[in-house]
Design a protein around this ligand. Structure first.
Ligand code: ASP
Length: 438
């Protein structure tokens, strides 16, 4: 069994939907279970319509756009014009009921559910009309039961068994809504924006799928940002740990959280391109095979801030680091990269927002220097720890090219080597490192 998830751009118009239908047909022997996002841009429009309505403004523009986009797709695909009548009518009614009053998180989830509820009906009807038996399901009908954390719901423990039972014996290709679920007492929930990948991973894990395919509009995960490195290539295989580091340090990858259910069960997740269905994409696996490449990618995250905290009191003093990081915790400020010496700590944060009171508290027992407009350049590859040459080569390269590295960090897991430098040096550094290691 194969789980295939198609994102918003993949079902963005009639041309794309025809291509998606062909891709599904080409995989029929593998028994696909299909997960679909809303038509591209529709979730934003549903939210915008609700917000306007709540503010007492006229939301007719958004409503019309939502209807027009869907009607155009129906007519281009030769489908019945009334196919989405119930959903469009219910959406109008929800808006009407809540006019001039704020939508709470629960109502917002109901509002956002309509995008996926409509896209599955379109794809299933088109597949059926063109000769492939398919059936649309709102995810709650096949067991996607969640807790009641509206806007960011999680499946409940029993969901897995329910999903397995819910999909048993279905003869047609199931076309299931991504992103949405229901609480045990029947309230609609969403799994967070972009949540269809998560739906695919949850369903794939429940079914012990052979593979979970995430179909998007790029060829997979790239070895560097192609706008910076012309020669960047698609990475064949990434481990889950590498993918997590990459996602964190700025690359456009699946959010690691969304594929965690698949990784826990050791199910590979493959990122594929609907525009280029023959390319193999990138596969993310839980364990590396041992003969992979040393360096998988070079990524960079710009505009971070760096803080150097220096205190002679740190010498031989227990609890000094705890004191520093408790201040960050109390102010709910997340720290990215850290290096320490006996008397100083250097760290980076995503941005300087909220740092003023933190610096004030740190200054009570340490000297604090900081700088903005810094960049984190990251070399990623789980196999690097078996080879001692990467850090040396990277630093020599920076030195030879006059790039001043302000901070270096290599974690115990040695999945990544992180260099912090001026924003203005980052692109050159990424180009040099990519050339060196590929
Ligand atoms: N349609 C939802 C969103 O735009 C979920 C998804 O596409 O994954 O966030």
């Amino acid at each position: 069994m194969l789980v295939m998830k198609f994102g918003g751009t993949s079902v963005g118009n009639a041309v794309r939907i025809r291509e998606v239908a062909e891709i599904i047909r080409s995989r029929l022997p593998e028994k696909p279970v299909v997960i679909v996002s809303a038509v591209g841009g529709i979730t934003d429009k549903l939210i915008a319509a609700a917000k306007k309505c709540a503010a007492g403004e006229n939301s007719e523009n958004e409503l019309n756009e939502i209807e027009t986009v869907h009607q155009a797709i129906l007519s281009d695909l030769g489908l019945d014009k009334s196919l989405l009548q119930d959903e469009l009518k219910s959406f109008r009614e929800i808006l009407q009921e809540n006019r001039d009053s704020t939508f709470d998180a629960q109502q917002m989830d109901a509002v956002q559910s309509f995008g996926e509820r409509m896209s599955v009906k379109i794809l299933a009807a088109y597949l059926a009309r063109t000769g492939t038996a398919a059936k649309a399901f709102p995810a709650w009908d096949i067991g996607m039961i969640t807790n009641d954390e509206f806007g960011n719901a999680e499946p409940v423990g029993a969901a897995e068994e329910k999903i397995k039972a819910g999909l048993k014996g279905i003869k047609e290709v199931p076309i299931i809504t991504g992103f949405i679920g229901k609480t045990a007492d029947g309230h609609i929930t969403t799994l967070g924006r972009g949540g269809s990948d998560y739906t695919a991973a949850i369903i794939g894990a429940a079914l012990h799928a052979k593979e979970i395919q995430i179909w998007t509009d790029v060829d997979g995960v790239m070895s560097a940002d192609p706008r910076i490195v012309k020669e960047a290539h698609t990475i064949d295989t990434l481990t889950f740990n590498e993918a997590s580091e990459l996602a964190y340090f700025g690359a456009k990858v699946l959010h690691p959280k969304t594929i965690l259910p698949a990784m826990r069960k050791g199910i590979p997740v493959r990122v594929l391109n609907t525009y280029n269905p023959d390319s193999k994409g990138t596969v993310i696996v839980s364990k590396r095979s041992g003969n992979g490449q040393l360096v998988k990618a070079v990524s960079c995250k710009k505009n971070v801030s760096i803080y150097h905290i220096h205190s002679l009191r740190m010498l031989d003093a227990a609890g000094f680091l705890a004191r520093i990081f408790n201040i960050f915790r109390d102010h709910k400020k997340s720290v990215d990269t850290i290096t320490t010496s006996e008397v100083s700590v250097s760290l980076t944060v995503n941005n300087a927002e909220g740092m003023e009171p933190i610096v004030e508290e740190l200054a009570k027992f340490a000297e604090v220097r900081f700088a903005h407009n810094r960049a984190i350049v990251c070399i990623i590859g789980e196999q690097m720890h078996e080879n001692p040459v990467v850090p040396g080569k990277a630093l020599t390269l920076m030195g030879r090219n006059n790039i001043n590295v302000k901070m270096i960090s290599q974690g115990a897991s040695e999945i990544n080597i992180t260099l912090v430098m001026d924003n203005t040096d980052a692109e050159k550094a990424v180009q040099l490192l990519h050339k060196e290691f590929f």
